[in-house]
Ligand binder design. Structure first.
Ligand code: GLN
Length: 240
């Protein structure tokens, strides 16, 4: 079986596991593949995984707990040396960035893997959370015809793609922008400024590393989980 882990230090773990199970049913029946889904809290549990989700939550807390459990270096190896498929949602995206813009919380440990700088809490506080329809063309036709209802909770955005050579790349792959949010009608949430008219980058991929600003696991929409599991299958060479 393909072992998929969810980093379970803090945050939306159960939600991801539930949606992964639902999503995998679509893939198993089509391709006769087997998956296991496991919570990851220790380096040996991480070593069992073929792929990993870093959930939403609070990235500073996650980093502190990961460091205490001796997981930070194994996570960096998993992402940047072993190049195993990883997906970070929200706080998970922050963890996967090479840089996080200075915030009043100050510096924090990151895993890295995405050559990007994130801006945390782009749209304000928890109270300013919102849902927005996104056109996600990487989902194929369904992404265009049926906007993905994306949940933004103190969400980070990718504010800068760091050009090649500035940091260690993930297999030298380029950062692909897979989702943009145009904050029309969201002006009240944009007090921090930025270039909202161009659109905020809210989904990126670089080689094995995928990140979203929003939380598909807080919806019943399995499309991104199905898409990601297919990426995992292909990356592991189980695809046709
Ligand atoms: N603002 C949080 C952070 O920077 C992320 C919020 C979330 O994951 N919903 O870690």
């Amino acid at each position: 079986p393909i072992a998929v882990g969810v980093l379970a230090l803090q945050g939306g773990v159960v939600e991801h596991l539930n949606l992964l199970r639902k999503a995998s049913a679509h893939i198993q029946s089509a391709d006769n593949l087997q998956f296991t889904f496991n919570e990851v809290r220790t380096p040996p549990q991480l070593a069992q995984c073929d792929a990993l989700i870093l959930p939403g939550g609070e990235s500073t807390t996650m980093a502190i707990v990961a460091s205490r459990l001796g997981l930070l270096e194994p996570l960096r190896t998993f992402v940047k040396v072993q190049h195993k498929p990883v997906w970070g949602t929200c706080a998970g995206l922050v963890m996967l960035a090479e840089e996080a813009a200075a915030t009043k919380q100050g510096g924090q440990e990151l895993i890295g893997g995405l050559n990007v700088r994130v801006l945390r809490n782009r749209y304000g506080t928890q109270m300013q959370s919102f849902v927005a329809g996104l056109d996600l063309s990487f989902l194929g036709d369904s992404g265009k015809d049926d906007p993905f209802r994306a949940v933004f909770i103190r969400a980070p955005i990718v504010e800068k793609i760091i050009t090649e050579g500035e940091v260690d790349g993930s297999k030298g792959s380029k950062v692909e922008v897979l989702g943009v949010f145009r904050a029309e009608g969201q002006q009240a949430r944009l007090e921090q400024g930025g270039e909202a008219e161009k659109g905020d980058i809210v989904a990126v991929r670089q080689g094995n590393v995928f990140g979203t600003s929003f939380h598909p696991e807080l919806t019943n929409d399995i499309r991104i989980h199905v898409w990601w599991l297919r990426q995992v299958v292909d990356a592991l060479g189980h695809g046709k």
